[in-house]
Design a binder for this molecule. Structure first.
Ligand code: FES
Length: 106
């Protein structure tokens, strides 16, 4: 099973098992990672699951869909590597994928 690394704004690392097919948001919530809220349950309507995809991983993920782009337009602290983690679904090859979390979600 792939492992995903979440890094809180304060630098705390969380390395968690990520079942294939689950969203990054759901994996974070299931493992009680602070900084991923997921208020809307993953239907792309709250932006409380915002995260920054680290390093080369940012280019390896499928591109954002229009609804994700629209929600990120209204989010705080958006960077080029920003994603809504509820819209990224775990694949076997994502082992080691690393996501930093913005200060605004604490
Ligand atoms: S959980 Fe609401 S937009 Fe991702």
């Amino acid at each position: 099973m792939p492992k995903i690394v979440f890094i809180e704004h304060n630098g705390t690392h969380h390395v968690v098992d990520a079942p294939v097919g689950k969203s990054l948001m759901q994996v974070a919530v299931d493992n009680m990672v602070p900084g991923i809220v997921g208020d809307c349950g993953g239907c792309c309507s709250c932006a409380t699951c915002h995260g920054y995809i680290e390093g080369e991983w940012a280019d390896k993920l499928p591109p954002k869909q229009e609804d994700e782009e629209m929600m990120l337009d209204g989010a705080l602290e958006v960077l080029p590597t920003s994603r809504l983690t509820c819209q990224v679904f775990i694949k076997e090859e994502y082992d080691g994928l690393t996501v930093k979390l913005p200060a605004s979600q604490f």
